[in-house]
Design a protein around this ligand. Structure first.
Ligand SMILES: Nc1ncnc2c1ncn2[C@@H]1O[C@H](COP(=O)(O)OP(=O)(O)OP(=O)(O)O)[C@@H](O)[C@H]1O
Ligand SMILES: [Mg+2]
Length: 246
């Protein structure tokens, strides 16, 4: 579905991605993990057409998408929930959602699209006339996800959707991502919440300093000593194992 091959991207002289290769297959949830500054958002900018890679290929649905404008990529069925949500705070929830339905296909199904979002996030139906800027962080994230879904994507990319949210809200958001996936949408999930992401994802990649430093199934990476040391902390206990006795 999405194939990123040997992608290099730079900001001026600074090489942010050097030879990144990864793929997301149909029906998969793939997590993209890595520390601050690793290049996760840069990779998403390349895939969504906001940044043109210096080298490499990016295919979606079998066709090359490097060089296409962002809206043309959305029209092909790839939508993104950007880092920091990027809502229009002075517009209502419903107006923000409608902005996601800018492709002709999505426009035609506007009412149905909204209805589907309100089924996934009932609170947004109650708040549909409220200004997005006055919502809680968790509700704003729901609007950002809803807006991306309004484009009826086949692949949904989320850039740190749980950032700054309380654990209970994170659980809700990740639960919904699982539900969206079961509805037939492939997912590429950027997360710093490594334990939760690996619990949800079928596979994951680890990006460090612009390179893929590891990949594997969620459970395999959860057991990987390097991953555990670097991302889960020295005290992380193995799933199912008992905490050490005092
Ligand atoms: N517009 C820009 N101009 C110059 N350098 C940039 C720009 N955006 C990002 N960078 C640099 O590129 C590198 C990768 O940044 P990127 O935002 O992709 O990281 P990230 O993995 O998304 O980090 P985070 O987890 O903090 O969001 C960093 O060193 C960053 O400073
Ligand atoms: Mg980022």
């Amino acid at each position: 579905m999405l194939e990123v091959e040997a992608v290099e991207a730079a900001y001026g002289p600074f090489l942010a991605l050097s030879g990144v290769t990864l793929r997301v297959g149909p029906g998969e949830i793939v997590a993209l993990l890595g520390p601050n500054g690793a290049g996760k958002t840069t990779l998403i900018r390349c895939v969504t057409g906001l940044l043109v890679p210096r080298a490499g290929r990016i295919r979606f649905g079998g066709a090359e998408i490097v060089g296409l404008l962002p809206h043309a990529i959305v029209e092909r069925g790839l939508a993104v929930v950007p880092e920091g949500r990027r809502l229009f705070g002075g517009m209502t929830v419903e107006e923000n959602l409608d902005l996601g339905a800018f492709t002709p296909h999505a426009r035609a199904g506007l009412g149905r699209g909204r209805e589907r979002i309100y089924e996934i996030f009932p609170i947004l139906r109650e708040r549909r006339r409220q200004l997005a800027g006055t919502l809680s962080g968790g509700q704003q994230q729901m609007v950002a996800i809803g807006r991306a879904l309004m484009a009826a994507p086949r692949l949904l990319i989320l850039d740190e959707p749980s950032l700054g949210l309380a654990p209970r809200i994170v659980e809700t958001i990740l639960g919904v991502i699982g539900e969206i996936n079961r509805g037939g949408v492939s997912i590429l999930l950027v997360e710093q919440n490594v334990q939760a992401a690996l619990g949800l994802a079928h596979r994951a990649y680890i990006l460090e300093a612009g390179r893929v430093a590891g990949e594997g199934s969620g459970p395999a990476l959860l057991q990987d000593p390097h991953v555990r040391r670097a991302y889960l902390g020295p005290l992380a206990s193995l799933p199912g194992s008992r905490p050490p006795l005092p």
